[in-house]
Design a protein around this ligand. Structure first.
Ligand code: FES
Length: 121
């Protein structure tokens, strides 16, 4: 059984291999959605983007991004700076251990194009 380490919640859960990450997190009582998105979300259809998680370790143990997830992440401003680690947990099937951060904040201090006003200095 894959073990999911939750950074924000400071706990670990075990889930059946091949299961959907969003459903297992909700079953375990983990708050996946921020604020009002608890009630206003797309219920796992890769349309709202509110179920985003940062994968700190074990990306290779999640299913590859599908077309819907790539399209959704492609239009999310909050994905800038997290291109390689942000996933929609509703679109992830888990096959092994991983470490995730639920409800990540935008990467406002990262290496983003708008934060380099004088790139030649
Ligand atoms: S629940 Fe809406 S994108 Fe995952």
């Amino acid at each position: 059984m894959p073990k999911i380490t939750l950074v924000n919640e400071k706990r670990e859960i075990e889930i059946p291999a091949g299961s959907n990450l969003r459903l297992e997190l909700l079953k375990a009582g983990v708050q996946v959605y921020p604020g009002l998105a608890k009630y206003l979300n797309c219920f796992g259809n890769a349309q709202c983007g509110t179920c985003k998680v940062l994968v700190k370790k074990g990306m290779e143990n999640l299913s590859p991004k599908g077309m819907l997830e790539k399209m959704r992440l492609g239009i999310m401003l909050s994905a800038i700076g997290y291109e390689n680690e942000l996933r929609l947990c509703c679109q992830c099937t888990v096959s092994g251990d991983c470490t995730i951060e639920t409800r990540p904040l935008p990467n406002l201090s990262g290496e983003n194009f708008w934060q380099k006003p004088y790139p030649n200095k």
